[in-house]
Design a protein around this ligand. Structure first.
Ligand code: KG4
Ligand code: ZN
Length: 338
């Protein structure tokens, strides 16, 4: 008997729902992005995001069911992101999932957003199974994680300040690219001179695997200020290329060091920044050098989606980790916390 999970995601600026069978087979994937509205403000406005989720969540879930040719009675469990993320947006998904679970008597399973990102790797790589090492790079998180088993994660290193995606977004804004920063910066970098500026590759004292990106962000801002003071032309494409090289270089160096120490049998990447082509190329090179397979979700499964929540929800369901109607949003939920 197959297990069908309805996954619901609303932790930031995408309202998303999906039906996934046995944690691996996608039956539907509906994503309603709020990019257009937040672009007007240069970033995600939490109150607006919450309101848009309220407006859209019902249609998104209906479409996920109809695209999957399912009715609610075919669904074994409803999986919902309950953290980490923005509290208002999270509450919309959690409240909706709880109401649906109560009304339909379908069990509810709580999903950690970052575990969802990691589980996105199981969709297109049917052979991938734990243990493996995973680099999670999103707008709010930068984690090097040893995935010992499904639901068993060990954080080897994490960012001490800004997340990688946050650094992309802030630098993109500073060079006038606007929101959403990551994809726009990647595009600008294609036309930049990679030798133009040397930005520092930050190291963190006391931990080999921790990251720090705020120094790099400040170096970019200082460079722009200096150029302005000295009447030197600022070339956004050059900054984009050199900044992207610095960030992806640090991420790849840390990944390589962890692969050499922990000797995992496979390496995977996850999260919104994992859709960055330059990062994917560098990590592929590292894995080739180390002789292990490199797994990466398609870009549409790297950024926020309901598929990854349903995929992670499958393992919560199998472990019988059900949530009650007292489930609440936990904006700062830590990885591995339940
Ligand atoms: O995982 P995600 O969709 O949401 C969070 O959980 O945060 O990640 C969003 C982040 C944003 O910071 C965005 O700028 C970044 O991922 N991002 C990228 C690219 N696409 C999205 N960063 C660099 N290059 C990209 N192509
Ligand atoms: Zn995310």
């Amino acid at each position: 008997m197959s297990v069908k999970i309805l996954g619901i995601e609303s932790s930031c600026d995408e309202t998303a729902a999906s039906v996934v069978e046995d944690g691996r087979l996608v039956l539907s994937n509906v994503i309603s992005s709020q990019i257009d509205i937040h672009t007007l403000y240069g970033g995600v406005v939490p109150e607006i995001a919450s309101r848009k989720h309220v407006e859209r969540i019902s249609q998104v879930v209906d479409k996920a069911l109809s695209d999957a040719k399912c009715s609610l009675s075919d669904i074994d469990a409803i999986a919902v992101t309950y953290g980490p993320g923005l509290v208002g947006p999270l509450l919309v998904g959690v409240s909706f999932a709880k109401s649906l679970s109560f009304a339909s008597k379908i069990p509810l399973v709580p999903v950690h957003h970052i575990e969802g990102h990691i589980c996105a790797n199981f969709i297109e790589n049917k052979e991938l199974e734990p243990p493996f090492l995973c680099l999670v790079v999103s707008g709010g998180h930068t984690h090097l994680v040893m995935v010992h088993d499904y639901r068993d994660y060990e954080v080897l290193g994490k960012t001490r300040d800004d997340a990688a995606g946050e650094a992309f977004d802030k630098v993109a804004r500073a060079i006038g690219l606007g929101y959403p920063g990551g994809p726009k910066l990647e595009k600008a970098a294609l036309n930049g001179n990679h030798e133009a500026i040397e930005f520092p590759k930050a190291k963190v004292a006391g931990s080999v695997y921790d990251f720090s990106f705020s120094g790099l962000k400040s170096a970019v801002l200082n460079y722009i200020n200096q150029c302005n003071m000295q009447n030197i032309e600022v070339v956004p494409e050059d900054i984009a290329a050199c900044f992207q090289d610095a960030v992806t270089g640090v991420l790849a160096d840390h990944a390589k060091a962890a692969i050499e120490e922990y000797k995992p049998k496979a390496f995977a990447v996850a999260g919104g920044v994992a859709s960055n082509g330059a990062l994917r190329d560098r990590l592929q090179k590292v894995c080739d050098e180390c002789g292990i397979p490199f797994y990466k979700p398609s870009p549409i499964l790297c950024t926020d989606n309901g598929v990854m929540i349903a995929a992670a929800g499958y393992h919560e369901y199998m472990a019988k980790n059900f949530a009650g109607l007292d489930l609440n949003a936990v904006p700062a939920l830590k990885l591995g916390e339940r």
